[in-house]
Write a protein that binds this ligand. Structure first.
Ligand code: AMP
Length: 210
């Protein structure tokens, strides 16, 4: 089964992708996590990606498509995968089709912009394994320490309020057109993002079965 999680930044794609990944034993593939890792390791892709990420812009398609293609070719993805944060442009979605990847369902997690802005300031991420947390909705057990890998849990550079607004603008301009793209292919399922993570997970699992 190949799934895509679509939604604005901060809608809960990463958290829901992690939950569904555990339930179905499919790898959650987050291009954002891979890019942050590349930035941290100072690779060529990371160096070219950083300025776009810091500005709330999308990293150029050719960079991200290459990274994604290599990742889904790995052995653990041969029975399926969950894409979190890819595709983010119609070009990227077309590239997936050209790769011959069949997508079963696209889960569009909908959260209104006002709620996104309020949520993002509380979001935290593990700088080692990429697990996502929230100071209110999904706190770590021990302050600043990742529950899964004991790595350091921090505020993301691009979760600062001014960057969040730029990222939302980018989402509406470049990514939201994917809603129609996948709806016209009969793949889209919209999930209303709830306050409680487990409520959104329940709706997401129902949408996957629908
Ligand atoms: P995310 O963790 O998914 O919110 O991604 C963080 C940042 O990484 C985004 O704001 C973009 O700058 C970049 N990024 C992640 N995925 C993509 C993608 N599929 N296409 C272009 N840029 C991406």
């Amino acid at each position: 089964m190949n799934l895509i999680f679509l939604g604005a930044p901060g809608a809960g794609k990463g958290t829901q992708a992690e939950n569904v990944s555990n339930k179905y034993s499919l790898p959650a593939v987050s291009t954002g996590n891979m890019l942050r890792e590349a930035v941290k390791n100072g690779t060529e892709a990371g160096l070219s990606a950083k300025r776009y990420m810091d500005a709330g812009d999308l990293v150029p398609d050719e960079v991200v498509i290459g990274i994604l293609k290599d990742r889904i070719a790995l052995d653990d993805a041969k029975n399926g995968f969950i894409l979190d944060g890819f595709p983010r442009t119609v070009e990227q979605a077309q590239a997936l089709e050209r790769m011959g990847v069949n997508i079963d369902k696209v889960l569009n997690i909908h959260v209104a912009d006002e709620r996104i802005i309020a949520r993002m300031s509380g979001r935290r991420v593990c700088s080692d394994c990429g697990s996502s947390y929230h100071i209110e909705y999904k706190p770590v057990k021990s302050e600043g320490v990742c529950d899964s890998c004991k790595g350091s849990v921090e505020l993301r550079d691009d979760d600062k309020p001014e960057t969040v607004l730029a990222r939302l603008k980018t989402y509406h301009e470049k990514t939201a057109p994917l809603i129609n793209f996948y709806d016209s292919r009969g793949k889209l399922r919209t999930v209303e993002g709830q306050e409680k993570i487990e409520d959104t997970t329940r709706l997401t699992l129902e949408a996957i079965d629908s």
